[in-house]
Design a protein. Structure first.
Length: 431
């Protein structure tokens, strides 16, 4: 098993799952038979089996071309158009990837996910003397933040490379519409498609996530294989054997018990952007009609020294979902110090992951004792295969969970409000 779900510390009653089983199976039926709200955005469910093989090859070729011609790739996108790639790259490459890149590797930078002048100027100054390429990603092709960043860095590329700048621009967008699509066609940029039936936060296993990942050296074939294994696994019609369905059900049980904040916890900083991806997935999918569990995250043990007190003793309205990695990719063993002035010799011979595991065991028991339900999703190791499975697990669980809550998991009407206010203030025509 590459992913296991442990809910022995979820603080639920024996018959809670039995009671919600009917609702859970009904939500599964809605999702898999495409009878629920937003059913036109279920393309991601079959993606690992049904992806465009020609485009997949072009993604690999584009990644090679980018590596051959550039030392850096600038990924421009926001929300679902960057968080999946950022999550995978943070988890599956060196913690200091950009600083430790060899000659055959490409540094990865991100823009378009904020409107900070200083961020963009600093990035501009960093990139202006490097050979770089751009992958601009926007399903709608009209989102302001990435469009602004693209304008700035496209200008820089054109200044540096003139006519051949277009060889360094790769566009991932809708196949037919949007300003980015029109621009790509006019300028002759290579394009990749965000399929019509896949929304931003469910798009990580399409070109949206795969091209930046391939450029970072991640084995995207392995990732699709892991996702395919998950696709088969979480179709299981037996409630008791379907962990994605059980996780969705547990969330709904806990929500009904007044637990309306869920903390995604990890014990390794490589997973901190995975938590951000998960926050968007669940937050945008469920936060509707004055409902939904507020998704937050904790990077432990770091945050035990900041949020630990609140989690242990504060308002009892939260639960934790821990994503635990069973085997660390690296090994660091504590050596003996003859003076033992720091008093750490009792740890001699242990490696950091054993110590981290004890931190997890101690923390979960403390938090559960303090009345915080805990769910543990354990994965074997951080690699492309497992990550493909993990992405798919949470996407499927999110669809199930949102249908159990009675909301459309695939729209995000609330995101428009800030945009129209901002456009009015900026004097955008039509607002
Ligand atoms: O999940 C979603 O659909 C959103 O979060 C989008 O990913 C985000 O708003 C970016 O949109 P776009 O890709 O159209 O620029």
């Amino acid at each position: 098993m590459t992913i296991t779900l442990d809910y022995s510390k979820a603080l639920i009653k024996e018959n809670d799952l039995e009671e919600i089983k009917h609702l859970a199976l009904a939500s599964k039926d809605l999702l898999e038979n495409k009878n629920g709200a937003g059913a036109e955005f279920l393309g991601w469910t079959n993606l690992p089996e049904n992806y465009d093989q020609d485009e997949f090859l072009r993604i690999k070729e584009a990644a090679k071309k980018i590596k051959d011609q550039s030392k850096a790739l600038l990924v421009i996108g926001i929300g679902g158009s960057y968080l999946g790639a950022k999550a995978a790259i943070s988890a599956l490459t060196n913690n200091f990837h950009n600083e430790s890149c060899g000659d055959d590797q490409v540094k990865i930078y991100f823009a378009g996910q904020n409107l900070s002048e200083s961020y963009l100027i600093d990035l501009y100054n960093l990139l202006k003397d490097q050979d770089f390429s751009i992958n601009v990603i926007s399903k709608s092709g009209t989102t302001t933040e990435p469009a602004l960043s693209f304008r700035i860095f496209k200008d820089l590329l054109e200044e540096k490379y003139g006519e051949t700048a277009k060889e360094r621009i790769f566009v991932t967008t809708d196949k037919e519409k949007g300003a980015l699509r029109d621009l790509a066609l006019k300028e002759g940029y290579e394009t990749f498609v965000v399929p019509d039936d896949i929304g931003g936060r469910y798009s990580v296993l399409s070109a949206v996530g795969l091209l930046p990942m391939a450029c970072a050296g991640i084995d995207i074939s392995q990732m699709m294989e892991g996702a395919e294994a998950a696709r088969l696994k979480y179709k299981n019609p037996v409630f008791e054997e379907n962990d994605a369905l059980i996780y969705g059900a547990l969330r709904n049980i806990l929500y009904k018990k007044g637990k309306d904040i869920e903390l995604m916890v990890s014990y390794t900083p490589e997973l901190s952007y995975f938590s951000q991806w998960w926050i968007q997935l669940f937050g945008e999918s469920e936060g509707k009609n004055s409902q939904g569990i507020f998704p937050a995250c904790g990077n432990f043990t770091t945050d035990l020294h900041s949020m630990g007190q609140m989690i242990q003793d504060g308002r009892r309205n939260l639960f934790e979902t821990v994503v635990l990695v069973n085997k660390s990719a690296k090994d660091l063993t504590i050596k003996e110090d003859p003076d033992n002035l720091d008093g750490l010799n009792y740890l001699v011979g242990m490696n950091l992951s054993e110590i981290n595991r004890k931190a997890f065991e101690g923390t979960i028991d403390a938090h559960v004792e303090g009345g915080v339900p805990n769910i543990v999703v354990e994965i074997e190791r951080l690699d492309a295969y497992n990550f493909g499975e993990l992405f798919y697990f949470f996407q499927k669980a999110c669809g199930f969970s949102a249908y159990m809550l009675g909301v459309n998991p695939f729209n995000q009407p609330g995101v428009e409000k800030y945009k129209s206010n901002m456009f009015k203030l900026l004097g955008k025509p039509g607002y």
